[in-house]
Design a protein around this ligand. Structure first.
Ligand SMILES: [Zn+2]
Length: 69
C-alpha cells in the first residue's frame, strides 16, 4: 500500500490522507488501483493497473512518433 501525502480533503470525512489500494471488482478482468481515503476508505479515483498513458507514450517513442498533449 502506498501513502500519498496530500492537502486534498475527502468529501465524506474531510481527512487529508489518501492511499493507493489494489482490488478486484466484479465484472472487471483487471485488478484496479483505487485512490481512497485512509480514514473512511471512500474511493476518490481509480487508476488503470498498467497505466495505459505510459504504455502509449513508450510505444510511440519506440516508433519515432512525437505525441503532443
Ligand atoms: Zn474519508
Amino acid at each position: 500500500m502506498k501513502i500519498i501525502p496530500s492537502t486534498t480533503k475527502c468529501a465524506k470525512c474531510e481527512s487529508c490522507g489518501f492511499e493507493a489500494y489494489n482490488e478486484h471488482v466484479i465484472g472487471c478482468k483487471l485488478e484496479l488501483t483505487f485512490i481512497r481515503c485512509r480514514n473512511c476508505k471512500t474511493a476518490v479515483g481509480v487508476l488503470e493497473p498498467e497505466l495505459s498513458s505510459i504504455l502509449i507514450r513508450d510505444l510511440a517513442k519506440k516508433q519515432g512518433i512525437n505525441l503532443v498533449f
